[in-house]
Design a protein around this ligand. Structure first.
Ligand code: ADP
Ligand code: MG
Length: 437
């Protein structure tokens, strides 16, 4: 498999988490890699009809996916398969299995350490023997520690060993949305049938049931129906049942009926193994020094470890150099800035820009289109982007929910001004320096 195929798989995994399953399968799953040049990507869909829809409805999501995956903006072009000349150099199409990113979450690539051993063993037991041992199995722990990975590992293993079983994965968010739609369309009965007919139901992030009375009510009956019929239920949550607020008592007790097991942040050896394994999965290897360096810096969230590996992968893809400690350091800085909300910095930048241009922060965040205000606003957006690495979407939110296109436009305008006008460049650098104090 070539590296752009893997990169595109990661982008699809991101998109997959943002749209419902039907939309994903219909429009995004079969997108194929054509070419990637570092800052621009060409992908193909099967027909001109598909192309128009994907371009109109999913282009910004794809861009966002690339940005999340490689850590910088990538120009994305969608072409129709009919229009790609047969002799044009193009990447091998991804094998079927890999074009579904969740198939990549398996027990084989789940690294076991003292902090997740029991949860992994319980998940494995359930996969080998559904509905016979722990029912429900309730896995809890902080974000990024492998709960979703374990659910898909169960699903993937069962699809190999027990293909006759119906296994359904659903996030609590999707479940809630589906229910709202079903109530509106009067199709709750068929929704009930769908859930009550499965052999194994995997429900992710049940902490989001908190306060959702109608979903709790439905889920209570589904749970009972499945349990009585000796079907397996596996649940995950970021906290144990007793700590989920506004959860009906009768659901809470049911969640506690079977086995509860937690995942904790991995120790240093496990972190090193995870880093090595993720990089090998992406088709490259990291020196022990680099892996250890990363493992020592990032202690609590496997998703962050994975983020650093992806950035190093992207660096390597761009300039062909093997990852160094210095590169790892800069990748870590990006990740930490992106994932640790640091509103003080954004506020600081806005106020510093305001002071320099004599425009109030409120005006910058408001609707005014006066030339001086919008110029200050664009400068602030540009600096926030430079300093925090926030996504365009997040930056837009800071400025009165401006849309993605407006932010992209504003930032690219300042980008070229900064390049052509040394005076503006000096002002921008000054502001950045002042914000860091
Ligand atoms: P959670 O659902 O607990 O928030 P995820 O299952 O989404 O976390 O995990 C985040 C990322 O970290 C995923 O890409 C997953 O593959 C990876 N990950 C977490 N724990 C492990 C592990 N022990 N071994 C390998 N990968 C892991
Ligand atoms: Mg999860």
């Amino acid at each position: 498999m070539d590296s752009f195929t893997q990169l595109l798989d990661a982008v699809k995994a991101y998109c997959r988490s943002k749209v419902n399953e039907t939309a994903y399968n219909l429009w995004l799953r079969d997108i194929e890699p054509v070419s990637f040049s570092g800052d621009s990507a060409v992908v193909a869909v099967s027909s001109e009809f598909m192309r128009q829809i994907v371009e109109a409805r999913y282009l910004s999501l794809l861009r966002e996916g690339f940005e999340e995956t490689v850590g910088y903006e990538v120009e994305v072009k969608v072409v129709s398969r009919d229009a790609v000349p047969a002799e044009a150099p193009r990447a091998e199409p991804a094998p079927r299995a890999a074009s579904n990113p969740e198939s990549l979450y398996t027990f084989e690539n789940f690294i076991i350490g003292p902090d997740n051993r029991y949860a992994a063993a319980a998940a494995q037991t359930v996969a080998e023997n559904p509905a016979n041992v722990y029912n429900p199995l309730f896995i809890y722990g902080a974000s990024g520690l492998g709960k979703t990975h374990l659910l898909f590992a169960i699903k993937n293993q069962l699809s190999k060993t027990r293909p006759e079983l119906k296994v359904l994965y659903i996030s609590t968010e999707t479940l809630t949305n589906e229910l709202v739609t079903a109530i509106r369309l009067g199709t709750t009965e068929s929704m009930r049938q769908k859930y009550r007919n499965v052999d194994v139901l995997l429900v992710d992030d049940v902490q989001f049931l908190s306060g959702k009375e109608q979903t709790q009510e439905e889920f209570f009956h589904t749970f009972n129906a499945l349990h009585e019929a000796h079907r397996q239920v596996v649940l995950t949550s970021d906290r144990p049942p007793k700590d989920i607020k506004s959860l009906e008592e009768r659901l809470r007790t049911r969640f506690e009926w079977g086995l509860m097991t937690d995942v904790q942040p991995p120790d240093i050896e496990t972190r090193i193994s995870i880093i090595q394994s993720k990089s090998l999965d992406m088709g490259f290897s990291l020196s022990p020094e680099v892996a250890e360096f990363i493992a020592k810096q990032l202690k609590s969230d496997v998703r962050q470890l994975e983020g650093v590996v992806k950035k190093l992968y992207a660096f390597r893809l761009m300039d062909g150099t093997e990852p160094t400690i210095e590169m790892a350091q800069s990748a870590i800085a990006d990740i930490v800035n992106e994932t640790v909300p640091w509103p003080a910095t954004v506020e600081k930048i806005i106020s510093e820009v305001g002071r320099t241009f004599n425009v109030s922060p409120d005006d910058m965040k408001g609707k005014s289109q006066k030339a001086d205000v919008s110029q200050a606003r664009q400068i602030a957006m540009y600096i926030i982007r430079e300093v925090t690495g926030n996504t365009m979407g997040k930056i837009g939110e800071e400025f009165g929910k401006r849309d993605h296109a407006t932010v992209v436009y504003g930032i690219s305008k300042i980008e070229s001004t900064v390049q052509s006008d040394p005076r503006i460049r000096a002002i921008v650098q000054d502001i950045i320096k002042n914000c860091q104090r």
